[in-house]
Design a protein around this ligand. Structure first.
Ligand SMILES: [Zn+2]
Length: 438
């Protein structure tokens, strides 16, 4: 005779949950008051890891619900709807949880990385989707290699750079021209879906103002943001003669920048500050320009399909730039005090924003800095002497003992920190994702 499970015996996962709940119940949030910066940073990082690990358990539980067919039995249209009703939550969020739980089922390395707290939920979602989207004839072994490659870089890349890396993941097993094609296809699909989702509404508040909101594709939103940044960048604010605006909030400054932008629209088009960051450049290899295949990078770091580039090339403020080997613009080599607009455009291109590692300021916020020797000391304005820095990091580099070199393999700026920051003074480089080229 077999002994069946006791009617009220709980699954072992409940014991784990009870332990976690017990630990949280015993912690008061006031415990964080008065923490030192280093300790607080470490704690925030570890909580993030815990959050990811918990997300893995949520996904596993959601999958169990999904596979049990509970939604159908409860008369719900989908597991997402069933879960949202059960927890009083947002239906879209629940549907996304279900989708993630399903995609992790066929991306076991990613699921493990999430459960270990190595990647976040959003990173796991992206990696699992990328691996699942690989063509059906790709072997399990190759899939695993792709998955491992993405998990490995996930911690060092920003989310957007991870997406760009994922778009080119077939470079693990395909030659570059085919990878270009794969990426072009993915980006084109994404652009089309984004265009279809575009919307805008405006409402008259009847008090002299209007409210509004919009959903825009990334390329157009990036162009808008670039223009707004151009109007509201701190170093440009002295150009605004209407009033001292040092007390304005970020939102107020953006609002005024938007007003200024609209005022400039009908007459001259967008103000083009001669390549000083307002200009969005687009980087295309010569062959890509001829073939119209593949994907280009704008100076704001966005990846854009060749078709989108051609469309944009007709507009104000977009300068297609054909590049030589290594995807680097050619040096201009002129000896003069200031960087020319063309050099500035080339710098925007190479650095795609502040070149200081981990800084995400776009080119419109940046200034060209004479990296190796100031022109006043006989320095040139060759590209290998210039580096794009935001105002904050421009000051940092000048005030502290940072050394900028161009001795990396790809001839991009590397930053040697002062001994106070790193006693070994190891060079650091920006981790913006850049596709490999043959
Ligand atoms: Zn910066």
């Amino acid at each position: 005779m077999t002994v069946s499970a006791l009617p009220f015996a709980e699954h072992p996962a409940f014991a784990v949950l009870a332990a976690v709940e017990g630990a949280l119940d015993g912690t008061d949030l006031s415990a964080y008051e008065g923490l030192g910066a280093a300790e607080a940073t470490r704690l925030a990082g570890r909580w993030r890891k815990i959050e990811a690990r918990v997300d893995a358990h949520v996904a596993a539980a959601v999958r169990a619900v999904d596979e049990s067919g509970a939604a159908t039995r409860a008369g719900a249209t989908s597991t997402g709807a069933h879960l949202a009703r059960e927890f009083g939550g947002d239906r879209n969020a629940a549907a996304r949880d279900v989708h993630l739980s399903r995609s992790l089922a066929t991306a076991s390395l990613t699921e493990k990385a999430l459960a270990d707290g190595v990647v976040s939920k959003e990173q796991a979602r992206l990696i699992a989707r990328t691996v699942n989207d690989l063509a059906v004839d790709v072997s399990d072994e190759t899939r695993a290699t792709c998955e491992r490659a993405l998990i490995e870089v996930a911690t060092t890349l920003t989310w957007r750079d991870l997406q760009y890396r994922a778009d080119r993941i077939t470079d693990v097993f395909k030659p570059v021209p085919e990878v270009d094609q794969d990426e072009g296809q993915k980006v084109e699909d994404r652009e089309r879906q984004a265009y279809e989702r575009s919307q805008l509404w405006m409402r008259d508040n009847r008090d002299g103002t209007w409210d509004g909101s919009f959903t825009l594709p990334e390329a157009q939103a990036g162009a808008l943001k670039n223009a707004l940044d151009g109007f509201s960048a701190p170093r440009r604010r002295h150009l605004d003669d209407s009033q001292a605006d040092t007390d304005l909030t970020y939102l107020q400054r953006q609002g005024r920048a938007f007003v200024a932008l609209i005022d400039h629209l009908p007459t001259d088009g967008l103000p083009d500050a001669g390549g000083s960051g307002m200009t969005v450049t687009v980087n295309l290899d010569l062959q890509q320009l001829i073939d119209g295949i593949g994907t280009a990078t704008t100076s704001t770091g966005q990846r854009m399909s060749a078709g989108q580039v051609r469309q944009h090339a007709c507009r104000v403020g977009i300068v297609p730039q054909v590049l030589g080997g290594q995807s680097l613009p050619l040096d201009l080599g002129r000896k003069q005090r200031l960087f020319t607009p063309a050099q500035r455009v080339a710098l925007d291109h190479r650095d795609q924003g502040c070149a200081m590692p981990d800084c995400d300021r776009p080119p419109s916020w940046c200034e060209a800095h004479h990296a190796t020797s100031p022109w006043s000391h006989g320095g040139s304005t060759d590209l290998e002497d210039g580096v794009l820095l935001c105002a904050f990091h421009h000051r940092t580099v000048h005030d502290e003992d940072w050394i900028i070199t161009f001795e990396t393999d790809d001839r991009r700026p590397a930053f040697i920190p002062p001994a106070r920051i790193d006693p070994y003074r190891r060079p650091r480089t920006s981790t913006r994702y850049r596709p490999r080229r043959t």
